[in-house]
Design a protein around this ligand. Structure first.
Ligand code: PLP
Length: 363
């Protein structure tokens, strides 16, 4: 066994930036001038309060979050939000859902447990290879909200622009593309992401919600499911996931200070994705991608070889070459390279070289 770090293409929990892990390692036993680890101090201490405030300030500045939005740090992952969103926002009305892949499909079925949902579009008929066009979406003007997933992690399809929902608040699951490029938060009523793809470790979920929507939370909800009560207590209704929040602070510090903000991150991500998609497109059909070109994700790149047997051999040999976690999601098979912010350009170059070499030997 070796403790060498390899190029890790995991879809989530996913690779974290090395400088972030090093900083966490440095401070693991003792935060500077505190005498204990962040995992060992009161969440009501000035030290932890400052960490939470800094994480929130970083998120606000990176995403340019307007004043009239709250930023919450919750537990339960994205899946709990599939339930909390309808619980808090439906108000006895129906919501519009757009199904563009596995995660929005799951969100749609969870919401149906809670209340009324109109499934506006289901990309099943196009094998989840693209997003709907605006003309295909017959939005309901009286919907409680409209729901989309900005980047389908499993199918690798991404919205390049969002539907205009007028007065109906747009809710977006950005679990796998938050912080990957600049985004105008004011187009959304609620924008959320679990951390373990592109924002930190598992255990914390960011919810960015417009103030007026907080008034919809019904009093029949337990406090920990109630956005407004959580917002009023600044995500400290009970013990928050302190270590995970600390890690989000370090990741957002890194995005801001080392990477130079989201414009630069976006350019970096476009360059990495182009290397990989060009390798697929120039393989003479040896590798096939999933999404239609216009809807290709910059974050998750699923692809197949000419046979399942070759998929398996590719994965095994890639692992030996130091390229790990390349298997596709169990629901779709094939391979998938997730190339989030923390994936260095060298990792993508190494994968592309390996792909060309493998195709040459096994073509
Ligand atoms: C990973 C993922 C989820 C599920 O996240 P959990 O935190 O495991 O519940 C939901 N939506 C998207 C887009 C994801 O990538």
């Amino acid at each position: 066994m070796s403790d060498r770090r390899l190029y890790n293409f995991s879809a989530g929990p996913a690779a974290l930036p090395l400088p972030v892990l090093k900083k966490a390692q440095e401070e693991l036993l003792c935060l500077p001038n505190v005498g204990a680890s962040v995992m060992e101090i009161s969440h009501r201490s000035k030290t932890f309060e400052a960490i939470l405030d800094a994480a929130e300030a970083n998120v606000r500045s990176l995403l340019n979050v307007p004043e009239n939005y709250k930023i919450l740090f919750l537990q339960g992952g994205a899946l709990l939000q599939f339930g909390m969103i309808p619980m808090n926002l439906l108000g006895g009305k129906a919501a519009d859902y757009v199904i563009t892949g596995s995660w929005s499909k799951k969100a749609d079925s969870e919401a149906k447990i809670v209340g009324k949902v109109n499934t506006l579009w289901d990309g099943k008929s196009v094998s989840y290879k693209r997003k709907p066009t605006d003309a295909e979406l017959k939005l309901n003007a009286d919907a409680a909200y409209a729901y989309i997933c900005s980047n389908e992690t499993i199918e690798g399809v991404q919205f390049q622009a969002f539907p205009n929902t007028g007065n109906v608040p747009l809710v977006c699951d950005a679990s796998s593309d938050i912080f990957s490029k600049p985004i105008d938060i004011s187009q959304f009523g609620l924008y959320y992401a679990c951390a373990q793809k592109n924002a930190g470790p598992a255990g914390v979920t960011l919810v960015i919600i417009r103030d007026d929507l907080l008034d919809r939370s019904p009093d029949t909800l337990p406090s920990l499911l109630h956005y407004k009560k959580i917002a009023e207590q600044k995500s400290m209704l009970n013990t928050p996931p302190c270590f995970a929040i600390y890690m989000v602070k370090l990741v957002t510090d890194w995005l801001q200070n080392d990477m130079g903000g989201l414009e630069k991150v976006y350019a970096f991500n476009k360059e990495k994705a182009a290397l990989l998609y060009d390798t697929i497109d120039n393989s003479g059909g040896y590798y096939t991608g999933h999404a239609e070109k216009e809807y290709r994700s910059l974050m998750n790149v699923p692809f197949r070889l000419p046979s399942e047997e070759l998929d398996k051999r590719f994965e095994a040999e890639a692992k030996t070459a130091g390229l790990i976690m390349l298997s596709g999601h169990r629901s779709v098979g094939g391979l998938r390279a997730s190339i989030y912010n923390a994936m260095p350009r060298e990792g993508v170059v190494a994968l592309c070289d390996f792909m060309r070499d493998f195709a040459g030997k096994n073509g």
